[in-house]
Design a protein around this ligand. Structure first.
Ligand code: PRP
Ligand code: MN
Ligand code: MG
Length: 179
C-alpha cells in the first residue's frame, strides 16, 4: 500500500507533555498513597512512550506490565473489534492497577480492556490516557485522568502511529495531507 504524502504539524510540544505528566503523576501518587506496590499496565503499542515517562515521575513502588490490544490495524478507522494479542505477565487479583493508554477515541479499546481487567478482581483499577477525543466516542467511557482533550484530528507521535509510522516523534502532531 502506498501512503498518500502528508506532513506533521506540531500540536502538543514535548515540553507541554512533560509538564502535564508531572502534574498527573502527583495526582496519581496522592490517589494511590496507601498502595504498597502499584501495577502500572501499558497498552501496547501506543502507550510505550507515555508509560516510560509516567513511571519515571512516580515516586512510589511500581511494577510495570504490558497488554497488547489492537483495533485499528493499519487503517485510520477503528474496526470496533478489539483483539487481545498479548496478555499480562502477572496476576492482578487484589492489586491496585493503573491502566495506561495513549489515546481514547471511540472508546472501544479502553472499554474492552477495563472489562477484561475487572474480571480478574483487582483491588482498584484506575485509568489514564494522555489524549482524549470525546467527539469520536461510541462507548460511554472516560479515563480517570486525561492529559489533554483534543479535537477530531488525526494525531501521531509520542507513541502514536499512522500506519505504524511516526511513533518516535517526541511531540504530538497532527497529520496534514498534501494534495
Ligand atoms: C489505538 C490507540 C488506542 C486505540 C484508541 O491503538 O493506541 O489504543 O487505538 O481507539 P479506540 O478508542 O477507538 O478504541 P491501535 O489499536 O491502533 O494499536 P497500537 O496502540 O498498537 O497503535
Ligand atoms: Mn493503542
Ligand atoms: Mg495504532
Amino acid at each position: 500500500m502506498t501512503q498518500r504524502p502528508y506532513v506533521v504539524d506540531e500540536m502538543i510540544s514535548a515540553k507541554s507533555i512533560a509538564a502535564r505528566i508531572e502534574e498527573l503523576s502527583r495526582e496519581i501518587q496522592n490517589d494511590f498513597s496507601e498502595t504498597d506496590k502499584l501495577v502500572v499496565v501499558g497498552l501496547l503499542r501506543g502507550s510505550f512512550v507515555f508509560i516510560a515517562d509516567l513511571v519515571r515521575e512516580l515516586d512510589m513502588p511500581v511494577e510495570v506490565d504490558f497488554l497488547e490490544a489492537s483495533s485499528y490495524g493499519n487503517a485510520t478507522e477503528s474496526s470496533r473489534e478489539v483483539r487481545i494479542l498479548k496478555d499480562l505477565r502477572g496476576p492482578i487479583e487484589g492489586r491496585d492497577v493503573l491502566l495506561v493508554e495513549d489515546i481514547v477515541d471511540t472508546g472501544h479499546t479502553l472499554n474492552h480492556v477495563i472489562h477484561l481487567l475487572e474480571s480478574r478482581g483487582p483491588a482498584r483499577l484506575r485509568t489514564i490516557a494522555l489524549l482524549d477525543k470525546p467527539s469520536r466516542r461510541e462507548v460511554d467511557i472516560r479515563a480517570d485522568w486525561i492529559g489533554f482533550e483534543i479535537p477530531d484530528e488525526f494525531v501521531v507521535g509520542y507513541g502514536i502511529d499512522f500506519a505504524q509510522r511516526n511513533r518516535n516523534l517526541p511531540f504530538i502532531g497532527k497529520v496534514r495531507f498534501e494534495d
